[in-house]
Design a protein around this ligand. Structure first.
Ligand SMILES: NC(=O)c1ccc[n+]([C@@H]2O[C@H](COP(=O)([O-])OP(=O)(O)OC[C@H]3O[C@@H](n4cnc5c(N)ncnc54)[C@H](O)[C@@H]3O)[C@@H](O)[C@H]2O)c1
Ligand SMILES: O=c1ccn([C@@H]2O[C@H](COP(=O)(O)OP(=O)(O)O[C@H]3O[C@H](CO)[C@@H](O)[C@H](O)[C@H]3O)[C@@H](O)[C@H]2O)c(=O)[nH]1
Length: 433
């Protein structure tokens, strides 16, 4: 099929490259000329395992990029994968997607034949029908359900494993109202569903349900982590190893073993934003989301607890403290919602001199927001002379650190991800164990 993807960021680029790999002809459309240039040069614009290889293989062949929205006229189906950031009050800011939809609609005005617009961006129930379809209809002068269709097809890929998650999904959610829309999505994803070891269940549902499934999925996982963090915080008070507890309760199929790693908490571009958006949406309907509020409170306390534990051993005021890991998780350079930000803020408030390291470009992104932090080129350089270290991200290279701790002025290590080996010569503080 001929497919266009409008918005070539973390999601759009991996979706475009994976669809090309599945045999479709794909054009990625972005207003950022640098992204377009990089894709056309066969390079990945983001740090994502497996993606550079796919782009290198398909760029100039089944994958191309452009800044011209007109390119979508030559395709059967357009994914919309633009950002949906949070406003100050946590509610979702739909303005970028609305503006992008206007571009799509204006282009569709001059297209002959049926076209399907598929919302990949995470949007709340009702937003597609009440805000995006009207923009498309007005800009195109056409009627939804007749000359064009609209579906939601939320994306469940995680950063760091986006390619693998896209190629081996546990479910495909098609939210639509129109038989032609379901049919096109079935055809598009057929190579995934028909592959030998496919495990994907196809869920065909309505637009509102499709949108809500995405929020429910993310918010449930965030709540699962906050629940184990709360339990694990109590475990620490009683001298109980919370990881042994997690391993055991994970054996209960009703609980499941994944997402039970307690520690510094959840960050990222999605869990914080989607949890806030659902809380704000609930309040708009005058429903108080008390559990979801607590899920966030527990999460935001974890990095501050780490600084509290450090201060049980050293007074950080005026002292150098190492922060290891700035990306919100390993295998990405994304700092959105990173727990390291809250740790840095707490340290700076208490007068510490923060020295930070991350193996990716995450440090450059962080420097724009936290210019007073000193960013260094290795974990060893961060630890050298430090009066304490906070381990914020579970990068494998931090798990391999050993003699580097001996260069600390006070070898107090507060491990937010349980990856550092306890040993003589280190004052080790687990966050929840
Ligand atoms: N990041 C993830 O892992 C992930 C996973 C699942 C779902 N989502 C959801 O997918 C959506 C996109 O997220 P992201 O992380 O890829 O965002 P992103 O900010 O990385 O990418 C968005 C891209 O859209 C482009 N863009 C903006 N306006 C445009 C326009 N008018 N025309 C063409 N391009 C335009 C931007 O230049 C940018 O490159 C969000 O709703 C997010 O919640 C993200
Ligand atoms: O047991 C765990 C598991 C994860 N985390 C943290 O949770 C955050 C999110 O991790 P993860 O879910 O792996 O990363 P994301 O790339 O943000 O992926 C989530 O958000 C995406 C965007 O919506 C969804 O598509 C994915 O399904 C969903 O897992 C990270 O800070 C992790 O360190 C924990 O603290 N403990």
């Amino acid at each position: 099929m001929n497919v266009s993807v409008v918005g070539s960021g973390y999601v759009g680029t991996s979706v475009a490259a994976c669809l090309a790999d599945l045999g479709h002809d794909v054009v990625a459309i972005d207003i950022d000329a640098d992204i377009v240039e990089r894709i056309n040069a066969g390079e990945s614009p983001i740090h994502e395992p497996g993606l550079p290889e796919l782009i290198e293989e398909h760029a100039g062949g089944r994958l191309r990029a452009t800044t011209e929205h007109a390119a979508l006229r030559d395709t059967d189906l357009t994914f919309v994968a633009m950002q949906t950031p949070s406003r100050e009050d946590g509610s979702i800011d739909l303005s970028v997607v609305e503006a992008g939809m206007r571009d799509v609609g204006e282009t569709l005005a001059e297209k002959e034949g049926y076209h399907l617009v598929v919302v990949k961006s995470t949007v709340l129930p009702g937003m597609t029908e009440e805000r995006l379809i009207p923009v498309l209809e007005e800009a195109s002068g056409k009627t939804e359900g007749e000359e064009f269709g609209v579906a939601v097809n939320p994306e469940f890929q995680s950063q760091g494993s986006a390619v693998d998650d896209f190629m081996n999904p546990d479910k495909l959610v098609f939210g639509a109202t129109d038989d032609r829309a379901y049919g096109l999505l079935r055809d598009l994803y057929a190579p995934l569903v028909e592959q030998a070891d496919a495990r994907a269940e196809v869920v065909e549902t309505g637009l509102r349900e499709g949108a809500m499934i995405k929020y429910a999925n993310n918010v449930f996982l965030a709540a699962k982590i906050s629940t184990i963090n709360e339990i694990a915080n109590v475990c620490k008070e009683y001298g109980v190893d919370s990881y042994e507890v997690s391993d055991a309760i994970g054996l209960d199929e009703r609980i499941g073993a994944s997402f039970l790693r307690s520690g510094a908490g959840w960050g990222g571009s999605c869990f914080p934003k989607d949890t806030d958006a659902l809380r704000a949406a609930a309040r708009e309907k005058e429903y108080e989301p008390v559990l979801l509020d607590a899920v966030v409170t527990v999460n935001d306390r974890q990095p501050v607890r780490m600084v509290d534990f450090l201060e049980r051993h050293v007074d950080v005021e005026g002292r150098r403290v190492a922060v290891l890991g700035l990306a919100f998780k390993p295998e990405t350079d994304d700092i959105r919602g990173s727990r390291s930000k809250l740790a840095i803020e707490a340290l700076e408030q208490r007068g510490a001199q923060v020295v930070a390291f991350d193996p990716t470009e995450a440090a450059d992104h962080m420097a724009e927001q936290y210019p007073d932090v000193k960013y260094v080129e290795s974990a060893a350089a961060a630890l050298d002379g430090a009066h304490g270290a906070l381990v914020m991200t579970d990068w494998p290279e931090f798990a391999a650190l050993d003699a580097e701790f001996d260069a600390m002025a006070d070898p107090v290590v507060v491990d937010g991800r349980r990856i550092v080996e306890r040993r003589e010569g280190i004052v080790y503080e687990g966050l929840t164990w």
